[in-house]
Design a protein around this ligand. Structure first.
Ligand code: SAM
Ligand code: SF4
Length: 475
């Protein structure tokens, strides 16, 4: 941990993707923290753990920066403009902090996540109003960092911790878990050793580390006992997870899923995000054997062109991926597939892009994410020749997204008239309406529903919208 006795500073965040309200605490005079989360589910999970850690210091979470005593921005570095976004948010926070200080009050500003890891001290240099910077591997030391901030220091703590952060983080209380609902994330693996040439993750999150079976089972059991029914295991390369099991053998993610399926009260299991090369036999078998392993798989392929897959260092061909999907579908025919695609990787020709379109037609996705290639400084892809024109990337992205949307709609439309179990998650916009989650993650809206959050009810799908289904409860 480095700390610097420098003049202090401060904020107002806005255009982020998710804000996390994680504390179930309701102390009238407690301090408030607003956590702004950018990026993936792993960042959502980290934000919740940071909120738990701050709850132990007397902070309750708030949904607005305006009434917060502390603002923590949990950043994502996966695509460009991440740091620009951060610095403009910090500019707004500085104004807010200045106003507060003029009124004799204060605001603590913290930056966490992958941009914090990548930029470290540079954040304090460019934005001296920031009080603390913590990396993804050091956020368990937030309480110590806060103590130093209160002593008038600025703190940068991004050095990889020797200790296991999960051993040092407080466990969420039952109330905190309940407040977050019936679905939860649980990080089982962090970091990545795959070094895809476009990706910053191996640099910002470090090499692959798997949490122990005991830690995972303990956290999963506590979540389920507090009311969680739908549990998603997370990892940057989650199916690379491995650990020594109860029987003294080395387990992979498949064995772990069989084991977690035994926890009394658990109703649904999922995992994300996986690499095609780490889908082993046991994991594929689990998809056939375990009813509670939901028939939804996010398995990115990135491109359908073997030339581009090689340049991306994906270490598999398009045909390997298509065969893999066939094997998983053979054991789980109702599997809905999701994926990630990058268009305009350096050197991608029209022909390469057509290979991607053909792979999409062959595989048929229920849902997918697609991105324009964004050169990340320090990754091998950024130094490759033949970068693709922005206008060409735009045109390819549009065509790919049109095809993926068509497939998404076709999948949802195929569900109309069918029956399914839906996990109730929250009240809908209208009186008497509830929103639930289908086995395939698509939100389901049910009118005149008296059930409680956490109930699993049987419904028939009446119609489909763009991103949701309408359904009626079956008696
Ligand atoms: N571990 C996962 C995998 O193997 O595919 C993905 C992790 S990454 C957080 C999520 C997605 O962001 C990737 O699958 C990729 O499609 C996209 N992505 C990563 N780096 C990118 C870049 N430089 N430009 C555009 N998209 C990128
Ligand atoms: Fe990044 Fe995923 Fe490749 Fe790892 S496997 S380098 S996280 S895209």
């Amino acid at each position: 941990m480095t700390d610097q006795t420098l003049p202090h500073s401060q904020h107002k965040a806005s255009d982020a993707e998710l804000s996390v309200n994680a504390s179930g605490n309701n102390l009238a005079n407690s301090r408030k923290v607003f956590v702004k989360t950018y990026g993936c589910q792993m960042n959502v999970y980290d934000s919740q753990r940071m909120a738990d850690s701050l709850a132990a210091e007397g902070y309750v979470t708030t949904d607005s920066a305006d009434d917060a005593d502390m603002v923590l921005i949990n950043t994502c570095h996966i695509r460009e403009k991440a740091s620009e976004k951060l610095y403009s948010a910090l500019g707004r926070l500085r104004n807010m902090k200045n106003k507060r200080q003029a009124d004799g009050k204060d605001l603590i500003i913290g930056v966490a996540g992958c941009v914090a890891q990548a930029e470290g001290d540079e954040i304090l240099r460019r934005s001296p109003t920031v009080d603390l910077v913590v990396g993804p591997q050091t956020y368990h030391r937030l309480p110590q960092a806060l103590k130093q901030v209160r002593e008038g220091r600025q703190v940068v703590d991004t050095e990889y911790a020797i200790e296991d952060k999960f051993e040092h983080l407080p466990v969420a209380t039952r109330e905190q878990v309940r407040k977050r609902g019936a679905s939860a994330f649980l990080t089982v693996q962090e970091g990545c050793d795959k070094f895809c040439t476009f990706c910053v993750v191996p640099y910002t999150r470090g090499s692959e580390v798997s949490r122990s079976v005991a830690q995972i089972v303990s956290e999963a059991t506590k979540l389920v006992q507090a009311g969680v029914r739908d549990l998603t295991l997370l990892g940057q390369n989650v199916n690379g997870w491995h650990g020594v099991g109860d029987d003294g053998r080395e387990w992979g993610l498949g064995e772990l899923l069989y084991h977690l399926a035994e926890i009394p009260g658990i109703a649904r299991l999922r995992y994300t995000t996986s690499h095609p090369r780490d889908m082993d036999e046991m994991l594929i078998k689990a998809h056939g054997d375990l009813d509670i392993l939901m028939p939804y798989l996010h398995l990115p392929v990135q491109s359908g062109s073997d030339r581009i897959l090689k340049a991306m260092n994906r270490k598999h061909k398009g045909a390997d991926y298509v065969q893999l999907i066939q094997r998983i579908r053979a054991v789980r025919p109702d599997l809905a597939l999701s994926g990630d695609f990058i268009v305009g990787f350096p050197g991608e020709t029209d022909e390469d892009f057509e290979d991607t379109m053909q792979l999409v037609r062959d595989v048929r996705y229920a849902q997918a994410y697609s991105f324009k290639y964004s050169p990340r400084p320090g990754t091998p892809g950024a130094d490759l020749p033949d970068h693709v024109e922005e206008s060409v990337k735009d045109e390819r992205l549009q065509r790919l997204q049109a095809l993926l949307s068509e497939q998404q709609y076709a999948f949802q439309d195929s569900l109309v008239g069918t029956e399914m179990d839906v996990l109730l998650e929250k009240p809908g916009r209208f009186e008497g309406q509830m929103i639930g989650r289908s086995p395939w993650l698509i939100p389901v809206i049910i009118d005149n529903e008296q059930g409680e959050v956490g109930d699993i009810i049987r419904v028939r799908v009446i119609s489909t919208g763009t991103n949701s289904l309408m359904a009626e409860k079956l008696a």
